[in-house]
Structures are given as structure tokens and as C-alpha cells.
Design a protein around this ligand. Structure first.
Ligand code: AMP
Length: 304
């Protein structure tokens, strides 16, 4: 089983959705990713928190078997994100981003993390993503996420990272912004011409599209009766996707498709509650059960 390394944010999130509100709850790209991936494989985490970060959150991540040697605690405040969603749950509206300790963070990869099998460059400053990439032996697979905050603010640095990765995982709005066109097929072609071999576009309740040089694969989102908070769905998807790939050690196109379903299954749990709450009491049986339901959801006979 290959080790999976993640760099990303750890955060206090304040979120409002039509179904409720949560203040200063556990969030961040690395947090969602590593928790989701931990259901499949061992995860090593690189991130920074401030002195205000409670021990109980650290204990939760440790209880998931996540290696926190690479978690830095610095003087200052933890990264904070505040956002809201309307009934159009697909799109987060950022109200406030306080980088705090993330602003001066320079990731230093512990020696034992320097040869990861797979690497996920979570949503974080693209210069920091490059920093991490430069400190490790080239992993078998590198995937990367980003968001409009960095597409707007650090476009060149982002294109620089994208030249060195295998899979870019972003949502549809971000893909359009990055590719500067509204047509996703065209955007996918343009982005892949500039680096990534595969592009996974997350489309919220409409599911996921995976573009490779030759094919397109589509999966719906799992139809849920109750969705409380979409925050973290993307990072949870990426965690399930890469966690499954790292555990199986198989990066064939067929297996990438299966990994997409595991990613979608994990994301479907995250959105059922605020913060990481639904992942706290989740077990492997529920994951496998929903995977099978997913299979039934998308199965049909061909014409022969
Ligand atoms: P998503 O999976 O796309 O919903 O990502 C949600 C997480 O991204 C939240 O928990 C936020 O703390 C985190 N986040 C929001 N903005 C940023 C940013 N500019 N840099 C890093 N992380 C962020």
C-alpha cells in the first residue's frame, strides 16, 4: 500500500447555508482530504495551524491514523474562511479569507515524507504547492486542486505548478475561469495542452467529468434527500479518489473510474452535515454499501 502525502490548508470555517449555520468549525482542504483518504490508506499531512488550534482537532486526525509529523504549529492565528451558500448549493460565496499563519508558511517536508507514492497538492498558494513538489522525489502520481482565489491572484504561479502534475481536480466554475471559456470540453482540451494529463471537473450536484487525452468519463452525484453543507465536498472527493488509488496501487484508466466513484461516495457523506461531522462516525461498511448503491444507480444494459 503506497503512502499518500497531502499539503493544504487547515482552517476554522464559518459557514451559512439555507439549512443552518456553523461558526469556527474544523475545515480546510488538507483536513477534509486526509480524513476522507484515511478510510483507504495511510496519509502524511503537511499544513500549518496557529496557537489557537484546539488539541481535540489534532486528536481527531490522529484517531484517523493520519501522520501529523508535518503539521507545523506557529504563533499567530489559524487560517479562517467564511462563506455562504444560497439554495444554489453548487457555488460557495466567499465572504472573508484570513490567511493568518498561511501567509508566511513555508512547508518543510520531513525526511520520512520525501518519497511519497502519491502527492495531493491541496488548495493553497500555488507557490507553496511548487515548494512541496520541489522537495520530494517525483511521486508516481501528483494531483492538484485550486480555487478562484488563486486563479485570480496567482495565475502564472498556478500555470507553473500545472506543468508538473498529472491530474488537476477543480470545479466547473474554476475550470471556466482558468481556461477562459464557457465550454468545458474546450476548456479541458486547453488546460491539458498546458500540463495535466487528466482533468477532473467537479460539478456539484451534477457529478463529475474526467477528461483524459482520449476519453471522457462522467459520474453523477449520489442523489441525496438531505444536503446540509457542501463545504469540503471537493476535498473529500479528492481524498476518496486518491486514497482508493494509493490503496489499490493501480492507476489504469479503469481504476481511475472506480476511484472517481469512491471519491463521489465520500463527498456524498460530507455534505450531509456541517464541517467533518458526518465523517466522524462513518465506517467502511457504509462506504461500501453506498458504492454498491452507486453501481445500481448508473448501471444499464447495452443494446446487444
Ligand atoms: P471545498 O472542498 O472546495 O468546498 O473546500 C472547502 C475548504 O477550503 C474549506 O474548509 C476552507 O477552509 C478551504 N479554503 C477556502 N478558501 C481557501 C483558500 N484561499 N486557501 C486554502 N483553503 C481555502
Amino acid at each position: 500500500m503506497g503512502r499518500l502525502l497531502v499539503v493544504g490548508s487547515m482552517a476554522f470555517d464559518t459557514v451559512r447555508t439555507p439549512f443552518g449555520e456553523a461558526t469556527d468549525v474544523l475545515g480546510g482542504s488538507a483536513t477534509y482530504f486526509s480524513t476522507a483518504a484515511s478510510f483507504f490508506t495511510g496519509v502524511d499531512l503537511i499544513a500549518v495551524v496557529g496557537e489557537d488550534f484546539p488539541e481535540q482537532h489534532i486528536e481527531f486526525l490522529q484517531s484517523r491514523g493520519i501522520d501529523l509529523t508535518g503539521l507545523e504549529r506557529r504563533s499567530g492565528a489559524t487560517f479562517r474562511w467564511r462563506g455562504e451558500y444560497t439554495y444554489q448549493l453548487n457555488e460557495a460565496h466567499t465572504l472573508e479569507t484570513q490567511l493568518n499563519v498561511l501567509e508566511t508558511f513555508r512547508p518543510k517536508i520531513p525526511d520520512q515524507y520525501r518519497s511519497p507514492d502519491m502527492l495531493f497538492l491541496g488548495n493553497i498558494d500555488p507557490d507553496l504547492q511548487s515548494d512541496v513538489l520541489n522537495q520530494v522525489a517525483r511521486p508516481r502520481l501528483v494531483a492538484c486542486d485550486t480555487m478562484n482565489f488563486w486563479i485570480d491572484g496567482k495565475r502564472d504561479a498556478l500555470w507553473n505548478v500545472l506543468q508538473h502534475i498529472d491530474i488537476l481536480i477543480i470545479n466547473d466554475g474554476e475550470a471556466r475561469e482558468l481556461g477562459q471559456d464557457s465550454n468545458l470540453v474546450k476548456v479541458a482540451k486547453d488546460i491539458m495542452a498546458r500540463g495535466p494529463k487528466q482533468l477532473i471537473i467537479k460539478r456539484g450536484e451534477y457529478g463529475v467529468l474526467m477528461f483524459t487525452k482520449k476519453q471522457v468519463f462522467g459520474a453523477p452525484a449520489f442523489p441525496l434527500e438531505y444536503v446540509k453543507d457542501p463545504t469540503g465536498a471537493g476535498d473529500t472527493f479528492a481524498g476518496g479518489f486518491m486514497g482508493y488509488l494509493a490503496a489499490s496501487g493501480d492507476c489504469s484508466e479503469e481504476n481511475l473510474r472506480k476511484a472517481i466513484i469512491f471519491g463521489s461516495v465520500m463527498a456524498s457523506f460530507t455534505v450531509e452535515a456541517f464541517s467533518l461531522d458526518r465523517l466522524r462516525d462513518l465506517d467502511k461498511k457504509e462506504i461500501d454499501h453506498r458504492f454498491r448503491e452507486f453501481k445500481r444507480l448508473t448501471h444499464f444494459d447495452d443494446l446487444t
